[in-house]
Design a protein around this ligand. Structure first.
Ligand code: AP5
Length: 215
């Protein structure tokens, strides 16, 4: 199965994509994670992307499309994948269609803007392995170190109030039109991102199973 997880920053795309990918044996492809990995490795691509990400703007389409194109050629994607945070512009979606990057279902996770600010402000990430937590909704055992590897928890540089607000504006302007694009293709399924992580996972799993049955 080939899925896109669409939704505003903080909707829970990454959290849910990880769970669904594990359940279905799919590759989880997050363009945000890939760009941050390039940044940590200090590659030219990472340096090029850094300014855009720190300002809460989108990285240019050609950079992101090339990253995804290369990643989709890898062995673990042949059984299917979840694209988390890609495409994020109409141009990216059109390039996908033109280059026959297949997608069966687009799962759109809806959450109100006020909630998103709270979620992103409380997100903490492990500096070593990148695991994501939340101070209230998904805390680690001691609130200071990662449950997976014991690494230090940090706040992402784009999870500060002024950048969060910018990311929301960018989402509404540049990414939200994709809902209509995929609705017209008959691929859009929308779920409400609930307060409870486990409840959202249950709703997402059932939406994916329903969509899979129609394939
Ligand atoms: P990216 O890393 O993709 O950021 P984003 O889309 O802004 O999404 P987030 O990772 O912030 O949120 P999420 O929906 O995954 O939520 P999460 O599960 O973490 O991109 C970063 C940047 O890279 C972009 O700004 C851009 O510059 C660039 N970029 C990436 N892709 C690009 C592209 N295609 N084109 C151009 N540029 C691109 O959850 C958030 C928090 O809430 C967590 O703490 C979690 O524990 C908590 N939470 C989740 N669900 C729930 C729930 N149901 N209840 C309570 N808490 C919850």
């Amino acid at each position: 199965m080939k899925l896109i997880f669409l939704g505003p920053p903080g909707a829970g795309k990454g959290t849910q994509a990880e769970r669904i990918a594990a359940r279905y044996g799919l590759a989880h492809i997050s363009t945000g994670d890939m760009l941050r990995a390039e940044l940590r490795a200090g590659t030219p691509l990472g340096q090029q992307a850094q300014g855009y990400m720190n300002r809460g703007e989108l990285v240019p389409d050609d950079i992101v499309v090339e990253l995804v194109r290369v990643r989709l050629g890898e062995e673990d994607c042949q059984n299917g994948y979840i694209l988390d945070g890609f495409p994020r512009t109409l141009t990216q979606a059109q390039i996908m269609d033109e280059t026959s990057i297949d997608v069966d279902v687009v799962l759109n996770i809806e959450v109100a803007d006020e909630k998103l600010v709270e979620r992103l402000s409380g997100r903490r990430e492990c500096k070593s392995c990148g695991a994501a937590y939340h101070v209230l909704y998904h805390p680690t055992h001691d609130g200071k170190t990662c449950d997976e590897c014991g690494g230090e928890l940090v706040t992402r540089s784009d999870d500060v109030p002024e950048v969060i607000r910018k990311r929301l504006v960018v989402y509404h302007r540049q990414t939200e039109p994709l809902k209509e694009y995929y609705r017209k293709q008959g691929k859009l399924t929308t779920v409400q991102g609930q307060e409870e992580l486990a409840e959202t996972t249950r709703i997402v799993l059932s939406a994916v199973a329903e969509a899979e049955a129609k394939l």
